[in-house]
Design a protein around this ligand. Sequence first.
Ligand SMILES: [Zn+2]
Length: 320
Amino acid sequence: MQTAIGVDLGGSHVTAAVISEEGTIHQQHEEDLEDLHFDSVIAALDTTIGLALKDAGDAVGIGIGSPGNIDAATGAVLYSPNFGWENAPLGDTLRKKFGVPVYVANDARCATLGEYTFGTGKATKDFVLLTLGTGIGGGIVAGGDLLLGNKWGAGEIGHHQIRPNDGFICGCGKIGCFEAQASGTGLIRHAFAVSPSFPRSSLLDVSREKLSSKKIRRAAEAGDQHAAAAWKNFIGDLAIGLANIIAFVNPEMISLGGGVSSAGDFMLDAVRPTVDLLTTMVPRGTTKIVVASLGNDAGQVGAATMALRGGLAKSVAVAV
Ligand SMILES: [Zn+2]
């Protein structure tokens, strides 16, 4: 059975694992990132990937999921605000080090390939993954192939504006992006926005570190009125984004991952009727909305799958 090295490059640590062609994660190596300078990140990748390659013996290649706008043909990180990188030659540097094929792509696109191949999307041809976490990452599969766009930007679903006039400010600088309104961070912002209506509520009387979207969701489930009002607004904004996606690509399935999706049926039962109301020209009920099944592993499994397949999508020729 063939294996590849799947790498998750995050803002605080790097994880490299041996992953087999049926999507199973075997040995895994992790290293914290002291800082985000290109050379420091390369050093951490060198250590973790080196150990994983030794474990694997004969891996077919290395797949890396990284935040930012990535040229998936060359593996260059064109722009990554998280790392402060521009035109960073990640793929080329690692090819020289390891002498095996190296593939690099946006982490959310890798997660989409993972969930599509081994998770909820595996029986579909038209599929969308959204990860609702600190932000909203996404990816679109159309006709069995991942959409990459003219310059690798297809799937930046988190930055379509749904409330340009009265929304929260997004990390990208715009107002009311889907990500600002319907991510885990968005739920917390909704709780602050409605708090003047609940002067006796103690929901937000905790330190910022202890205030999580999970705490607010759980309080909403338990019947707390302040949390329920925030949850209602959050669900309303999530529904707008989902209905927009249905209007654009009418996928067979939209799969929701990330921390907020652990709400499961509490979220799905609330959001589905509103999505139906907002779905006008596309036949209602033709897009299933479900919770993703691979969880945090989707990105790493997808990165390895990219290496095992020789690229992120059939439509792109890759320099390895
Ligand atoms: Zn934005």
